[in-house]
Design a binder for this molecule. Sequence first.
Ligand code: ADP
Ligand code: 5GP
Length: 237
Amino acid sequence: MQVSLLSSNLSCRNTKNNMNSCQQAGARTNMAFGQIVKNNLSKVLNVAEEGIKDKFVCVVSGPSGVGKDTVINEFDRVYDFFARVVTCTTRKPRPGEIDGVNYHFLSPDEFRKGIENNEFIEFVNVYTDTFYGTRKKDIDSALATGKNAVMAIDVDGAMKVKKERSDILMMFITPPSMKELAARLRGRGTETAKAVSERLQKAKYELSFKDKYDVILQNDDFHKSVQEMAEIFHVKK
Ligand code: ADP
Ligand code: 5GP
């Protein structure tokens, strides 16, 4: 498929900053959980007594198989905090995946038309012959629910989104080890051996971006990761 990168125009939503309350909130986060590394959370989250005030878009990255979907889904099942931004892909649905829920599954032609029409805030060719991209309208739809938005995208896409909008909180999820990452990816059983090896190769590249994120969360135990997310976002059951 032939595609060219097109620049996208986005109107940015301004996020107010309350440095004092945010700094206090940040300090609590650091003390509570040794595994969270926080870079500049207070630049994005406007924390008040009752929780986070301004709506934001949480962009979650991390190597394939690290547990992004598992953690986000469980966090949302418990706290009902996020609306998922449904992103687009040209890969085929896995068993159980539903069009419009897990992804918008597009044909290469449909994807190309979306690029030509400047519909994407970002898109990438993550793996051989497979395109992934986030449409601006799908971010708007998620925020229109009145909730915060969340999307799991790769590091290159995340860097583009970060440049386009001011309401982005960047979260990176790391595995406890590469061995565990490989075990999770193989254990999921959704990829061929070739695809697993391609994803593990890409993992090293993705991990090299982690310090560019606002929050780094190590997913050892997914219940603990969910609890840590709740702490970061100041939500209670
Ligand atoms: P990603 O969305 O990052 O590609 P998934 O959420 O699909 O990853 O998780 C990959 C596999 O790892 C799944 O089989 C999931 O059940 C498992 N998994 C997720 N988090 C953990 C964890 N903390 N410990 C062990 N297995 C996990
Ligand atoms: P999977 O095929 O396992 O669902 O996803 C593979 C990778 O593509 C994951 O790292 C996922 O986060 C990323 N991804 C999914 N949607 C998008 C998107 O819209 N844009 C970008 N850049 N990456 C995406």
